[in-house]
Design a protein around this ligand. Structure first.
Ligand SMILES: [Zn+2]
Length: 467
């Protein structure tokens, strides 16, 4: 860009101005540099991002005390949110705001747009700009697709690329969940890194500025939370850790923007503050207790109708064929990882009854089935930390070849009367595939039910054919 050469050419002021304007229009960046959204490595397509967020959102609505859409507090937050999201940079996402009736000060954003603000956050905000600051910060996590970027990073470490490809290629999110990839309140992928935090602060600053709120209010609110520390603050920082000198970073970003007179809060904010002041939202502990009760009533032992029927049907995958009880279902398709399970044995984030079938490609193409099995076990243990091997692995004759059989124990998603996860048995069988890979099956059931299902599992294994 030859911006510095032009002013030397003598020209009447009007012409100089015209040249200057043309230069501005031709410049790729705005006059006042602002933080630009980044993309980073992301294995999720836009559609998968939206789907993941919707599914996690449904889960949050089911498990958390979310205020109804019609609640005046929700409606106020949604109106404020709409003013902010107009100025969200990058790809447009369907932003949607809900309020969680929870005391602890926190907020979280799910992939593709759903954003949840805790009641405690609204109660603690001293001004509309402070509340807008938290919301602008959350919007920025969506803009940056932080959750799916974190999941992508984790999956690359955890899984051989082939499994990752198969999972994301066509799979349903239920299978992703079976591999430990899920989003939502408390999910590992919703815990942001310090790098994510400074990015969200910078984009949040720009959104605040563009909406007309003083961006410094965002940093002020975080500083206030940190100073108060107290019982209700820390939860926010466990999901949104302080990247260090937030106020300084916000100030630097503000200085890169044109000076501006900021708006004052709406009279509505004062009304809402008054409304929420007397409310007693639930504590995290009370919510956890409610969830436990819910889990027990929703998820329990298998209903009688779902114990395996004798009648079977066949499922043909690109890599294998297998027969399974007619009253069970296949989750997945002929190219993906599949779960074959009774309908209530699988939830969106766990499999309690049934079998998971996938293939594993060891790094060493010449690895023996024994070596591949051990490498696979390490991979499985990384995503199921409490999984333990019981006894030795043994040779097993299956589909006309010799594979390996390994018994494992883990914690079942089905809980006992005290709300603790029951002991689960996982029976891993590996079978050498055609291209140096292994096909593996994990038969899963709570320990108490495993022997009842064992004949079905045996029968399924006997029907297995490798293609
Ligand atoms: Zn954050």
């Amino acid at each position: 860009m030859n911006a510095r050469i032009h002013p030397r050419i003598p020209s009447p002021p009007a012409k100089a101005l015209a040249v200057f304007l043309i230069l501005i229009l031709a410049m790729p960046l705005p006059l006042f540099a602002r933080y630009q959204p980044t993309r980073g490595s992301n294995a999720f397509s836009r559609e998968q991002e939206l789907q993941a967020g919707q599914q996690a959102s449904a889960d949050v609505l089911k498990k958390m005390p979310v205020l109804p859409e019609s609640d005046p507090v929700t409606q106020y937050v949604q109106r404020l949110g709409a003013q902010l999201t107009v100025h969200a940079p990058g790809d447009p996402w369907p932003y949607h705001f809900r309020v969680v009736n929870q005391k602890e000060i926190n907020a979280f954003a799910l992939p593709g747009g759903p954003i949840f603000i805790n009641m405690g956050t609204i109660q603690a905000a001293d001004s509309e700009a402070q509340l807008a600051g938290v919301m602008a910060h959350e919007i920025s996590h969506v803009v940056q697709r932080h959750a799916t970027r974190a999941a992508t990073k984790q999956m690359k470490v955890q899984m051989p690329l082939q499994i990752l490809g198969a999972l994301l290629g066509r799979s349903s999110l239920g299978q992703l969940a079976a591999e430990g990839i899920s989003f939502g309140a408390g999910s590992y992928f919703m815990k942001n890194s310090r790098q994510n935090e400074s990015e969200a602060d910078l984009i949040g600053t720009d959104i605040m500025y563009d909406t007309g709120y003083n961006p410094q209010a965002m940093a002020d609110f975080f500083a206030k939370l940190e100073k108060e520390g107290g019982a209700n603050g820390p939860q926010f920082f466990s999901d949104h850790p302080n990247p260090g000198n937030r106020a300084g970073a916000v100030e630097r970003e503000v200085h890169s923007l044109a000076p501006k007179t900021y708006r004052t809060g709406s009279p509505e904010f004062a009304q809402i503050k008054q409304r929420v002041a007397g409310l007693k939202p639930l504590t995290a502990q009370e919510i956890a207790a409610q969830q436990q009760q819910q889990t027990q009533s929703v998820k329990g032992r298998l209903p009688a109708a779902e114990y395996p029927s004798r009648e079977t049907q066949a499922f043909t995958h690109d890599l294998f064929q297998i027969s399974y009880p007619k009253n069970w279902q296949v989750f997945g398709d002929r190219t993906s990882t599949v779960n074959i399970a009774p309908p209530s044995g699988v939830s969106d984030n766990a499999i309690a009854y049934g079998v998971l079938i996938s293939d594993y490609q060891p790094e060493d193409k010449n690895a023996t089935v024994d070596q591949s099995t051990h490498a696979l076990l390490n991979t499985l243990r990384q995503s199921n930390q409490d999984m333990k091997q019981v006894g030795n692995d043994e040779d097993i004759h299956v589909a006309g070849v010799t594979g390996k059989s390994v018994d494992l124990i883990a914690t079942s998603p089905v809980q006992d009367a005290n709300g603790h996860g029951q002991r689960e048995r996982d029976w891993l069988v590996t079978v050498p595939g055609r291209q140096g890979n292994v096909i593996y099956l994990v038969f899963i059931a709570p320990d108490a039910d495993f022997n009842t299902l064992r004949p079905t599992f045996d029968q399924m294994l006997r029907s297995l054919r490798i293609k």
